[in-house]
Design a protein around this ligand. Structure first.
Ligand code: FES
Length: 104
């Protein structure tokens, strides 16, 4: 397992998802405060890109743009139908203002 540098912390706007690639795998990263969360970008329900969805900063959730399931940023668990399976989560490490995501 290696870490991949995907962004600078100060270039990420809070609550604005960004799609990145980690070893060829699409990942969505979301900054909230000084924390960054990383999830698999593809919805667990069908072929939709979570990075095109809306982030709910207070709830720390991201909404799928296609059918509206929301996923917990910390766990990847869906909070409502139609998705029933979680999306994968990735460890994020912040060093000197750089955002690193651990590959799998
Ligand atoms: S594709 Fe995401 S909820 Fe259906």
């Amino acid at each position: 397992m290696t870490d991949v540098r995907v962004a600078r912390l100060d270039e990420l706007a809070e609550g604005t998802p960004r799609k990145v690639e980690v070893d060829g795998f699409p990942v969505v990263i979301v900054r909230i405060g000084d924390s960054v969360y990383a999830l698999g970008d593809t919805c667990s329900h069908a072929e939709a890109s979570l990075s095109e969805g809306e982030v709910y900063v207070e709830e720390k959730e991201i909404e799928c743009p296609l059918h509206g399931s929301t996923f917990v940023l910390e766990s990847g668990e869906p909070t409502c139908l139609p998705a029933t399976e979680p999306v994968p989560t990735f460890e994020v490490v912040l060093t000197d203002g750089d955002v690193w995501v651990a590959s799998r």
